[in-house]
Write a protein that binds this ligand. Structure first.
Ligand code: ADP
Ligand code: ZN
Length: 214
């Protein structure tokens, strides 16, 4: 089963994808995480995408599709694509790639949440290099500024700084939101109310997947 998680940055796609991956044994493919790993490792790809990401723009479709192509052959059967596709071109590219392996997108879950909620969440987000993510208001670490899991100092992602947040929202509206009608016409589209607490959102995802026999 191939799932696509679609929605504003900060709509909770990554959090839910991690939960579903852990509890239901999905592979979790987050292009954002992947690029951040490359940046941390200082690879050529990391150097290419670093400034693009910190300015809130999208990495080019060619690069993104190359990265996905290099991973797709070795993925297990159940996959969550998180933060990809982000443009109609990428969605078409994904279809072509999946077809080569006799696979297809089985469902698209759209994480519906209001713009002002997204701004609030992204502004309150603090990240750890171990991959954990906190919200300093609704889900703070036990000790301020310190990761509960690994004890490292938390940081604010470059692209979670206020001026970049608004850029990312504009980019989402221009380039990513057309995917809503793209997938709706294909009948793959499911709306998830993502403005509720994490466990409730998770419950709705589980229900949607079982009702649709996905
Ligand atoms: P969030 O979870 O907050 O939406 P991501 O971690 O998914 O953020 O992405 C961070 C940044 O990485 C994006 O703003 C963009 O620059 C880049 N990126 C991630 N996925 C893609 C993609 N599919 N296409 C283009 N750029 C991407
Ligand atoms: Zn940590």
């Amino acid at each position: 089963m191939n799932l696509v998680f679609l929605g504003y940055p900060g709509s909770g796609k990554g959090t839910q994808a991690k939960m579903l991956a852990e509890r239901k044994n999905f592979a979790h493919l987050s292009t954002g995480d992947l690029f951040r790993e490359e940046i941390a490792k200082g690879t050529k790809l990391g150097q290419t995408v670093k400034d693009i990401i910190s300015s809130g723009k999208l990495v080019s479709d060619n690069i993104v599709l190359e990265v996905i192509e290099s991973k797709i052959g070795s993925l297990k059967n159940d996959v969550i694509f998180d933060g990809f596709p982000r443009t109609v071109e990428q969605a078409e590219g994904l279809e072509n790639l999946l077809e080569k392996y006799s696979r297809k997108v089985d469902a698209v879950l759209f994480f519906e949440v209001e713009e002002r909620e997204v701004v609030k969440r992204l502004s309150a987000r603090r990240s750890c290099s171990c991959g954990r993510v906190y919200n300093v208001i609704s889900n703070p670490p036990k000790k301020e500024g310190i990761c509960d899991s690994c004890g490292a100092a938390l940081f604010t992602r470059e692209d979670d700084k206020p001026e970049v947040i608004s850029k990312r929202i504009d980019v989402y509206k221009d380039l990513t939101s057309p995917l809503i009608s793209y997938y709706r016409t294909q009948g793959l589209f499911h709306i998830i109310n993502a403005s509720r607490p994490g466990e409730e959102v998770y419950g709705e995802i589980e229900k949607t997947l079982s009702e649709e026999k996905i």
